[in-house]
Ligand binder design. Structure first.
Ligand SMILES: Nc1ncnc2c1ncn2[C@@H]1O[C@H](COP(=O)(O)OP(=O)(O)O)[C@@H](O)[C@H]1O
Ligand SMILES: [Mg+2]
Length: 285
């Protein structure tokens, strides 16, 4: 299932003195199975963009096509969009509102009008898949869960809809480092299982470790759209955009400046380790 974003612009408070252009003429295509990272400074339009893709907002100009069909045409089935494209807003734990975890996670599937047995099966599976124990948490109030668990429960609610495309807005912001790692491993697994992932994050290390493609926004414009290798190759451009490169790329660049010959296109930890072992040798005892 592909998504085409075609010349999309968006304005908040349109027609009022406070009107402001949040996105300007954005175009790009998302192919099935991609893992796309969205980067850019606060206020550049990341959240607006993903809400347009999920159909939560409607573009002022341009179109968003899901498998060739304009999602904002009157005859497009909104239900279909809600089934296929799942969006996890920033701090999704704030949206938990039901009395029990089970009720919360099953909210979406219940709205789809599925038979109760199917709703329960999906709910159980979604809860297990985010690493929570169904029997333990099903009757608990979401409020009694820890921060990381609440976020997992909120994401389970989206997964229970079985979307093909999962959009995440800063999903690891505010989590402790261990929970972050767990969480990213979990998102990677969903990707490996075939979901298309679109993820907004400030964490350039995590984004570049997982994304096959990065989109960089600046002041509502799509400035860069390329692989992490290509984007990190132009550090001057990134610094103009007030963005850095990944930590492994920083390390490679400083070692190269010191005359240590390593491939300049490394930007993830594993290839960095391999290159260092190749260069200096490992311990073979
Ligand atoms: N509900 C809103 N009303 C008015 N302006 C908004 C609203 N939400 C966002 N904006 C403005 O739109 C621009 C893009 O915001 P946003 O998409 O939230 O950026 P990001 O997610 O990259 O931080 C910013 O200038 C922001 O102030
Ligand atoms: Mg945002």
């Amino acid at each position: 299932m592909s998504i085409v974003v075609e010349n999309v612009s968006y304005r908040y408070a349109a027609g009022t003195p406070l009107e402001s252009a949040a996105l300007k003429q954005i175009s790009f295509t998302i192919q099935p199975g991609e893992f796309i990272g969205i980067l850019g400074h606060t206020g550049c339009g990341k959240s607006t963009l993903i809400q347009l893709i999920a159909g939560v907002l409607t573009p002022a100009t341009g179109r968003i096509l899901l498998d060739g069909k304009d999602i904002n045409q009157r005859d497009f089935k909104r239900e279909y969009l809600r089934k296929k494209v799942g969006i996890v807003f920033q701090f999704p734990e704030q949206q938990l509102f039901e009395m029990t975890v089970e009720r919360d996670v099953s909210f979406g599937p219940r709205q789809l009008g599925l038979p109760p047995s199917e709703v329960q099966a999906r709910t159980r599976q979604a809860i297990q898949s985010v690493g929570l124990d169904y029997e333990t948490v099903r009757d608990l109030s979401p409020l009694t869960l820890s921060g990381g668990e609440k976020r997992r429960a909120a994401i389970a609610g989206i997964l229970a809809m079985e979307p093909e495309i999962l959009i995440l807005d800063e999903p690891i912001a505010g989590l402790d480092p261990v929970t972050r790692k767990d969480f990213m491993a979990f998102i990677r697994r969903l990707h490996q299982e075939g979901k298309t992932i679109l993820m907004v994050s400030h964490d350039i290390d995590e984004l570049s470790a997982f994304s096959s493609r990065l989109l960089v926004l600046d002041h509502g414009e799509l400035i860069l759209d390329n692989t992490p290798e290509k984007i990190f190759a132009d550090k001057a451009r990134l610094s103009e955009l007030r963005l850095g490169v990944s930590q492994p790329k920083e390390i490679v660049d400083s070692l190269r400046e010191k005359g240590i010959d390593l491939p300049s296109d490394i930007f993830r930890y594993e290839p960095l380790l391999t290159a260092l072992i190749n260069r200096f040798g490992g311990q073979n005892e």
